[in-house]
Design a protein around this ligand. Sequence first.
Ligand code: 5GP
Length: 114
Amino acid sequence: MTLFEKIVAREIPADILHEDDVCIAFRDISPQAPVHFLVVPKKPIPRVAEAEFVDQATLGHLLLTAGKVATAEGVNTADGGFRVVINNGADGGETVPHLHVHVLGGRPLKWPPG
Ligand code: 5GP
């Protein structure tokens, strides 16, 4: 079982912002911005490069949920905004091998990322 499957199963506590049949969203334990949450499919797809076409609806669901929870968290404003990030592999910064969409907001974010 992956770390994030354990959060879905309530074996590890998390500050859950949203849950439905396909995904769960919860605050990152080590926030890099005032708003930083993860949107995670319940299906343990390891990373985006391992997703298959059968996962197409799930991948879309993650982005739609990211936007809706960002709005609920107050970062989808005219003068604000947020960033959506998916890390893939060691050079991408992936540390948990269960696909997750980071949503960061609440402060100006630099580009390019480090
Ligand atoms: P990655 O580096 O794989 O893109 O992102 C993994 C993220 O999961 C990191 O931002 C890290 O802080 C977060 N994380 C790791 N363990 C836990 C945990 O037990 N609970 C929560 N809520 N987040 C976690």
